[in-house]
Design a binder for this molecule. Structure first.
Ligand code: DX5
Ligand code: ZN
Length: 227
């Protein structure tokens, strides 16, 4: 395995989503990261089930759906049905995380849990072994293009330890403010999957930005392996 790149279409051109997905897929995207926001869990509204269904028809790579919504249990069936390959819910958004994670797997998708910057990592201890993905938020969710929170590096190292201690095979996705300048350190600290919105779609040359992310990620991967 090597580092995976998951461009976030939150920063793509919503009037040309199919074109933008094809562009980043051609540039080597491993997954397409889809940010779903409800205006309640986060102070922004983005896209929902019909857009995921439309993208699933055209995307050559798996759709990695990140639900930033309250009561996610109401919607996971619909997102999987629409074609999500993985569905991540926020640990802060449900009282019944175990049931929900197992429901996502039962539906045939890969379950993930996302965790906000101020939430103690220990909230993941009891569910870690059941997860395929942990999304470590390195910004407060709600908007693309925000600054990476520096403390995230330390959280990444501690999350990696926690997953190892729990015997979890989950990959760690780092979400928010990741760009080619940070990618090496993010991967070295424990990131396996890099989400990047602004750094890809806001770049003058998104294909070059993808290549720069991958090269930096590969250096971090190597540094991590040789530790
Ligand atoms: C934040 C979203 C992220 C974010 C990534 O609420 O979950 O996926 O938009 O975008 P950048 O890379 O621009 O921070
Ligand atoms: Zn996201």
């Amino acid at each position: 395995m090597s580092v995976r790149i998951a461009p976030s279409i939150l920063s793509a051109d919503f009037a040309a989503l199919g074109r933008d997905v094809a562009m980043v897929a051609a540039a080597g995207a491993d997954w397409i990261h889809v940010d779903v926001m409800d205006g309640r869990f986060v102070p922004n509204i983005s896209i929902g089930v019909p857009v995921v269904a439309a993208l699933a028809r055209v995307s050559p790579v798996p759709l990695d759906v990140h639900l930033m919504i309250v009561e996610p249990e109401t919607y996971v069936d619909a997102f999987v049905q629409a074609g999500a390959a993985s569905v991540s819910v926020h640990v802060e958004a449900t009282d019944h995380l175990h049931r929900l994670v197992h429901r996502i797997r039962e539906l045939g998708a890969r379950p993930g849990v996302a965790i906000n910057p101020a939430t103690p990592l220990e909230t993941l201890t009891e569910i870690a072994a059941d997860l395929d993905i942990v999304i470590l938020m390195s910004v407060n969710p709600g908007f693309g293009g925000q600054a990476f929170i520096e403390r995230s590096y330390d959280r990444l190292r501690r999350l990696r330890d926690l997953l190892d201690r729990q015997g979890s095979a989950a990959v760690i996705t780092v979400d928010g403010g990741v760009d080619p300048a940070r990618a090496e350190a993010v991967v070295e600290a424990g990131g396996d999957v890099l989400v990047a919105g602004n750094a890809v779609f806001g770049a003058a040359d998104p294909t070059a930005a993808m290549a720069a992310l991958r090269a930096a990620g590969a250096r971090g991967w190597q540094a991590r392996g040789s530790r």
